[in-house]
Design a protein around this ligand. Structure first.
Ligand SMILES: Cc1ncc(COP(=O)(O)O)c(C=O)c1O
Length: 365
């Protein structure tokens, strides 16, 4: 038993608010993506979405070559849970971080993104302190205008700099096309994605022409897995959100391939007047940077969130809700919603079948 959870209990008895994961839909999503990457291009799913070692292991078992993390502390937790091949698709900088990464590199195959020569020096120092070698990929800006080198010249200079470092192994390139994963029009998204992929693959070719071995060329999100995933020269895809399909992604991609598997289960705690119900889930259980989450109840709209209250406005047809009734809410943004919770209540045929820890919750360092 964990927090009043008993395997086999009906979903209706799960204490709320709780994250509910529909096992059948989740598994269908997991295998649908895995089966697309059994050839030359590999899947290295981003675990920022689920932050859960059990899910990471299921992804690897289904064929992923490893995982992508956003943060060093996420990678440390995943290594502690037995994951052995990790790309940190982000820069790791700041006091003590290079040493922690060096220590991690003595245990597993860890690769990290770089875009700056001083950071490269620091990581080299951290690796050599432990007699280890850290894999590095150069992050190339492919249009997202976040981190990443801004020109072929910068990329080449950085690769040359990395080659002088005994504590580092140059592995290749990454370039995340985050500026277009949410472009609603598929044709437009495809065009933007192909331009981004071209920048990355051309950069890889330029490095090969200059004598570098480029093993990894990593790109792709859930909005672009089927574009980056078939672009010649891309070797691995970093998509993550496909396992849950929040309402933001579902609104863009539809649910033909991947279906929504994640819900927040909440309880009506007050019904103070006609047309209004208050639920026990507010902004400590749900996030709303992509818009207010949707209750799965015809005629109900979530119109406000305070810390521990959600305000449901109800049309007459939905106004039968009573205190104690359950309401399921579809997160608009799965990745940030998950970070508010400690566990998934995994449900099959309306019964709790497993409880999976969100062990990387809050691992933002
Ligand atoms: C570096 C990186 N790779 C891949 C992804 C893909 O994630 P998603 O599947 O949510 O589109 C993200 C999303 O933020 C990212 O930051």
């Amino acid at each position: 038993m964990t927090n009043h959870l008993i395997i086999g209990m009906p979903k209706e008895q799960i204490p709320t608010p709780s994250l509910i994961l529909d096992l059948d839909i989740f598994e269908a999503n997991l295998y649908a993506m895995a089966k697309l990457f059994t050839g030359q291009v590999k899947l290295r799913p981003h675990i920022k979405t689920h932050k859960c070692p059990v899910i990471a292991h299921l992804q690897v078992k289904a064929g992923a070559i490893g995982i992508t993390c956003a943060k060093l502390s996420e990678a440390e937790v995943m290594v502690g849970h037995g994951i052995t091949d990790i790309l940190i698709a982000n820069q790791v900088a700041g006091y003590g971080k290079a040493e922690r990464l060096g220590a991690l590199a003595t245990r597993v195959d860890v690769k990290v993104a770089v875009d700056n020569p001083a950071n490269v020096d620091d990581l080299d120092r951290g690796a050599r302190m432990f007699g280890a070698q850290i894999g590095v990929v150069i992050e190339v800006n492919v249009g997202n205008d976040r981190c990443g080198t801004r020109s072929m010249e910068q990329t080449l200079e950085l690769a040359k700099h990395i080659a002088t470092k005994k504590g580092l192994i140059f592995k290749g390139l990454m370039g995340y096309e985050g500026h277009c994963v949410f472009t609603a029009d598929k044709k437009e998204r495809t065009g933007e994605c192909l331009s981004a992929n071209k920048i990355l693959v051309d950069s890889a070719q330029m490095l090969r022409d200059n004598g570098f071995k480029v093993e990894i060329v990593s790109a792709g999100g859930t909005g672009t897995y089927d574009m980056s995933g078939i672009y010649p020269g891309i070797t691995e895809v970093e998509a993550g959100s496909y396992v849950f399909m929040d309402s933001c992604y579902s609104g863009i991609l539809g649910n033909d391939v991947f279906r929504p598997s994640l819900r927040l289960l909440a309880t009506v705690i007050s019904k103070p007047q006609p047309g209004l119900a208050l639920i026990d889930a507010g902004m400590k259980s749900l996030t709303f940077e992509f818009g207010k989450p949707q209750p799965l109840l015809q005629g109900a709209t979530l119109t406000g969130l305070s810390e521990e209250h959600g305000r449901l406005e109800l049309t007459p047809e939905a106004d039968t809700l009573q205190v104690g009734d359950l309401v399921e809410i579809w997160p608009t943004h799965g990745c940030t919603t998950v970070n508010l919770h400690d566990r998934y209540c995994v449900v099959k045929e309306n019964r709790l079948v497993a409880v999976w820890e969100i062990a990387c919750r809050g691992m933002s360092q």
